[in-house]
Design a protein around this ligand. Structure first.
Ligand SMILES: Nc1ncnc2c1ncn2[C@@H]1O[C@H](COP(=O)(O)OP(=O)(O)O)[C@@H](O)[C@H]1O
Ligand SMILES: [Mg+2]
Length: 262
């Protein structure tokens, strides 16, 4: 049985059909990617899966339960966690506190106490902090354990977001453009990190424009165009699909696969 099944999912905003009649499955333990030109509907799919948007039509099943239209905290508690295309870091908090926030949904209200440092929860605060520090080391930003988020470089903040998403101990991790704005060395490190996350048993869904990264690590790729499924399959199948080449891959030499708007 697949971990996540999406059936005939659609979302429109006024006259814009951002996602149209989309069906796909996510297999447990695999690295899946969703690719397509800007505006294809990739982030909208993430927003629908994680409960930020309610679908116009369709059905989402996670781990055997129908979860269509559930609230983000419910889906997070069930094991869905994500990062955002644009950094969502609290710059008035320390780096480690940003990661501790990710445990919030797993620990329910205890994290609030943990952040308020109520004496009764000192012990869980310490455990929470230790786990956050361990996650920071896991994603490769261990040297910032004692730092303010505001003092960290952009590449490290992208990885801090992954640590925060992992703090919820997800079964399914959705990464929205984790390599955007990174240099080739940093992108290679993200590549290794995603593989490490997958090897630790977390199923990954990746939205990313860096085709070298996507083609290298994906077990399965879904290609979107104008909110619809254009193709899906292995990297080899997708790469050799003439429709995909025409709509997207043919343009990857242009900056970030952007398409001219008519
Ligand atoms: N909250 C929203 N309100 C109105 N239109 C939206 C909203 N979110 C996305 N869209 C539109 O939906 C389409 C798909 O956007 P998006 O999912 O962000 O694409 P991608 O992530 O593939 O670049 C675009 O036309 C975008 O303008
Ligand atoms: Mg997007």
């Amino acid at each position: 049985m697949s971990l996540l099944a999406v059936e005939a999912l659609s979302k429109s905003f006024g006259g814009v059909n951002a996602v149209q009649d989309l069906s796909f499955e996510i297999e447990q333990g695999k690295i899946h990617s969703i690719i397509g030109p800007n505006g294809a509907g990739k982030t909208t799919v993430f927003n629908l899966l994680t409960g930020l948007y309610k679908p116009s039509t369709g059905r989402v099943t996670f781990d055997g339960d129908e979860v269509t239209g559930r609230e983000p905290h419910d889906l997070a508690r069930r094991g869905m966690s994500r990062t955002f295309q644009n950094l969502q870091i609290c710059f008035n908090m320390s780096a480690i506190e940003n990661v501790m926030v990710g445990a919030h949904l797993r620990l329910d209200q205890r994290l609030l106490c943990c952040l308020l440092r109520l004496p009764a929860v000192r012990r869980s605060d310490a455990a929470c902090r230790d786990e956050a520090a361990e996650l920071m080391r896991f994603v490769g930003v261990g040297k910032y354990v004692g730092s303010d988020a505001g003092g960290m470089p952009y590449g490290a903040l992208k990885r801090l977001e992954i640590a925060r998403a992992l703090a919820a101990r997800p079964r399914l991790l959705l990464l929205d453009e984790p390599a955007a704005g990174l240099n080739p060395t940093e992108t290679h490190e993200i590549d290794e990190l995603i593989q490490k996350v997958a090897a630790s048993g977390t199923t990954v869904v990746l939205v990313e424009h860096d085709m070298k990264l996507v083609m290298g690590i994906s077990d399965h790729i879904l290609v979107l165009d104008y909110g619809k499924k254009l193709a899906e399959g292995s990297a080899q199948e997708v790469r050799s699909n003439p429709e995909v080449i025409a709509a997207y891959l043919g343009a990857v030499s242009e900056p970030r696969g952007e398409r001219q708007e008519a």
